[in-house]
Design a binder for this molecule. Structure first.
Ligand code: SF4
Length: 99
């Protein structure tokens, strides 16, 4: 999709490591008209990692973890401390192409 092609950071995550982005309580996604995820995470994330897709009953919250550029903003700015971000293992940070 468009976000993936624009923001893909070519990060390499170890195959056997747990996800580096974890949302403690996914039920919060449905609360208060998405104020938690439509608020901090989707506003502050520069890479389109947090995304609402679908409409009505099909509306769902997805985490495009492969797009993460490891800025840690979502963890720092999440007022509910519902997002846990840990550095990927193996020094597998973003690999930006020469621009
Ligand atoms: Fe988005 Fe940065 Fe959080 Fe990754 S660490 S999900 S790029 S805000």
């Amino acid at each position: 999709d468009r976000l993936s092609s624009v923001f893909l950071s070519n990060t390499n995550h170890e195959e056997n490591q747990p996800p580096h982005l974890q949302v403690a309580d996914m039920a919060l996604q449905k609360s208060s008209e998405h104020d938690i995820y439509a608020g901090p995470s989707t506003r502050y994330c520069p890479a389109g990692v947090y995304e609402w897709v679908g409409e009505g009953a099909d509306l769902r919250f997805v985490i495009n973890a492969q797009n993460c550029v490891h800025c840690k903003t979502c963890d720092i700015k999440d007022p509910n401390r519902n997002i846990t971000w840990v550095p990927p293992e193996g020094a597998g940070g973003p690999n930006y192409p020469n621009m």
